[in-house]
Design a protein around this ligand. Structure first.
Ligand code: ATP
Ligand code: MG
Length: 238
């Protein structure tokens, strides 16, 4: 069995008196594409933020490549190969597409490699090449999502965390985003995907987790979960 890259155990996170994550266990092995689904307010984003070091946790632990990330900052973790595309994308709106991609490579010093990878991103997302000198803030939502993903990939991550990449996008853009997630996964990047689009997320996942009110209430093989009557009723609208 492949190495475990991320191991979340007994994770608890609270915002003041609000317990947002109440003892979550979740594991991501090398090469896997894991989907974490669940309704609004379930605690998915909070879990992701704890993993990337941008939110402190009060109990439990998160291990990345066998070592606790406790106390490590986001910068340190990106350097070690953990990249996140946040909910709402967070591209640098006053910078051009190319500048955004360069920012994504801020932890790297190999100039030629960076230029090569920017070109590679333009190959994956031709729309970004067409707009390379345009300010990111003038791009459509779907285009900004593509840019956010490309920017994260510029850090050459081992593990890519995606928080609702399909949110607010047109059906065509949603198709494109899921296609890219699958391609990136096929190229060997390990992925933890948070999605409200449970059907699509479970279709492409190796394994899935369902989160509800701060807890993991179900886990299994992605495609098998699609056939689970409880998942169908609660998350697929059937
Ligand atoms: N900064 C904050 N301060 C206080 N409470 C927060 C904060 N961020 C999140 N919460 C609360 O924590 C709970 C979990 O929120 P979280 O954003 O992790 O959910 P989510 O599963 O990502 O939901 P969504 O699908 O809507 O993005 C919610 O009840 C939310 O209101
Ligand atoms: Mg969220």
């Amino acid at each position: 069995m492949a190495n475990t890259l991320l191991k979340i155990s007994g994770l608890k996170v609270a915002y003041g008196g609000i317990k947002a994550v109440k003892g979550v266990d979740l594991e991501v092995r090398e090469g896997e594409l894991i989907s974490l689904i669940g309704s609004n307010g379930a605690g998915k984003t909070t879990t992701m933020k704890a993993v990337t070091g941008s939110l402190a946790f009060e109990a439990g632990d998160i291990e990345y490549m066998g070592k606790s990330i406790k106390g490590k900052g986001a910068w340190d973790l990106v350097k070690q190969g953990l990249a996140m595309v946040p909910e709402g994308r967070g591209v640098f709106t006053r910078m051009t597409i190319t500048e955004n991609l360069q920012m994504g490579a801020y932890i790297r010093t190999d100039k030629a490699g960076i230029a090569h990878d920017i070109d590679k991103m333009f190959g994956i997302f031709p729309r970004l090449r067409e707009r390379k000198d345009q300010l990111a803030g003038t791009m459509s939502g779907g285009e900004q999502q593509m840019l956010a993903m490309a920017r994260a990939l510029m850090s050459q991550p081992k593990v890519l965390l995606l928080d609702e990449p399909s949110m607010g996008l047109s059906p065509i853009m949603v198709d494109k985003i899921f296609e890219v997630v699958r391609d990136v996964s096929a190229q060997g990047v390990t992925i933890l995907l948070v999605e409200q689009n449970a059907r699509r997320a479970l279709q492409i996942a190796d394994r899935g987790y369902v989160m509800d009110s701060g807890e993991i209430i179900m886990t299994g093989i992605g495609r098998e979960m699609l056939d689970d009557p409880k998942v169908r009723a609660a998350y697929l609208g059937e």
